[in-house]
Design a protein around this ligand. Structure first.
Ligand code: SAH
Length: 383
């Protein structure tokens, strides 16, 4: 059998989704970009296992076990601060290959009382990733759900690493002095999906900070109602049942202007509109918008950079311990992983961490505090 060229999209799958989108556009007219992004992302995660060097991107838990160990330590500290509750739901949103959950559960096993209290709940829509998670996490008997609101009630710790960036955004563009919404259309002659503008389906004042209403011609603004609705559910659970939340993702601390949508295939950027479902399509997470919504219900531990967070939790010391037991090659790997996770030029600054806890508990989750690094990318981003 001829070998499939990995650079070529899987045409059978790609064409099924493309064809579906083309038909939708033909029947109903141009489609809001958010709808296009949702269809592309859902198809992508259902059909691919995108993580790692062979895939399209590498996430922090896939870089090193140290990432999950730090989160495990963060959770243990909180569990102690919260009076050692006897039943804890550990809920992960979008667990990918299950690596983070496995590293957390392994770390928790240092505290038998805590690990005995924990049950694992995974919110995952992709059937193929669910299967992968079942293999990775078979010792921990997880339960799966399509959405957070299906998880049974109870004290919960909710973790989301690189989950919110996969949720769809609406994009608005200032054109001829008015804010328009970016839609996707299809051009039969070139066989390309293209951008077009239509009047927004939203009341723009409802979704945009007042400062941006008069932004310059050509400015782009993004909003992710899908993210805000998951966040509201997260906060509701934390406020009602107790516990805490941790959101880790790449993005900006303050709401800004700019086009942050990107598509990655084999670690390279490519056109977000072509070959939908064949590449990882994401947008920067607007931590400013998340904070504004979350603080209506819970205490928000303001976003800090991943580098600061992991350093405060002791990742450098952990790397040192691992290095002591390692051979030369492993030592090099540990150093590279540490650099990847915390260096400003790598994931250290672009990635942010935000914490959530109930207003009624005066707890201090570790890792948060005043900024050490100044953010250089408030106004994003890349066109
Ligand atoms: N947290 C993992 C994977 C990040 S990729 C890691 O850090 O490695 C995004 C994950 O979210 C995938 O598991 C994907 O299938 C899942 N996902 C994307 N959109 C989702 C949705 N709307 N509901 C539930 N899971 C979703």
């Amino acid at each position: 059998m001829p070998q499939k060229n990995p650079e070529q999209p899987d045409s059978s799958n790609a064409s099924v989704l493309s064809q579906h989108l083309i038909e939708q556009i033909a029947a109903k007219g141009p489609m809001p970009f958010a709808e296009f992004m949702a269809a592309a992302a859902s198809h992508y995660y259902a059909a691919h296992e995108p993580f790692g060097v062979e895939g399209d991107f590498v996430t922090a838990p896939e870089v090193s076990q140290m990432f999950g160990e730090m989160i495990g330590a963060w959770l243990t500290d909180l569990w102690l601060q919260l009076g050692r509750p006897e039943k804890v739901k550990l809920i992960e949103l979008g667990p990918g290959r299950g690596t983070l959950a496995a590293d957390i559960m392994r770390t928790l096993s240092n505290w038998t009382e805590f690990s005995n209290a924990v049950t694992l709940h995974l919110v995952e829509t992709s059937p193929s990733l669910r299967q992968k998670q079942a293999e990775t996490l078979r010792n921990y008997r997880p339960t799966w759900y399509d959405s957070l609101d299906e998880v049974p009630e109870g004290f919960n710790f909710i973790i989301a690493n690189e989950f919110f960036d996969a949720l769809p955004v609406h994009q608005f563009k200032k054109s001829n002095g008015v804010w328009m919404e970016r839609y996707v259309t299809y051009d039969k002659a070139t066989n390309h999906f293209n951008w077009t503008l239509k009047p927004p389906a939203f009341d723009i004042e409802d979704v945009m900070p007042p400062d941006f209403i008069d932004a310059a011609e050509g400015s782009i603004f993004e909003v992710s109602p899908a993210s805000l609705s998951v966040l509201e559910e997260m906060c509701d659970r934390i406020a009602s049942f107790g516990g805490a939340g941790l959101i880790i993702d790449y993005g900006h601390k303050k709401t800004g202007l700019g086009d942050t949508v990107q598509a990655l295939k084999h670690h390279k950027y490519s056109d977000a509109l072509q070959d939908p479902g064949e590449k990882d399509i994401t947008a920067h997470v607007d931590f400013g918008a998340l904070k504004a919504v979350a603080e209506q219900q819970v205490q928000v531990h303001k976003a800090v950079t991943q580098g600061e967070f992991l350093t405060r939790l002791g990742i450098t010391q952990r790397a040192e311990t691992l290095r002591e037991e390692a051979n030369d090659e492993q030592r090099k790997g540990i150093e590279q992983a540490l650099f990847r996770l915390i260096a400003p030029s790598e994931m250290g600054t672009l990635f942010k961490v935000m914490g959530l806890s109930p207003y009624q508990n005066t707890i201090t989750p570790s890792g948060f505090g005043d900024d050490i690094t100044k953010e250089e990318t408030d106004e994003v981003i890349h066109d």
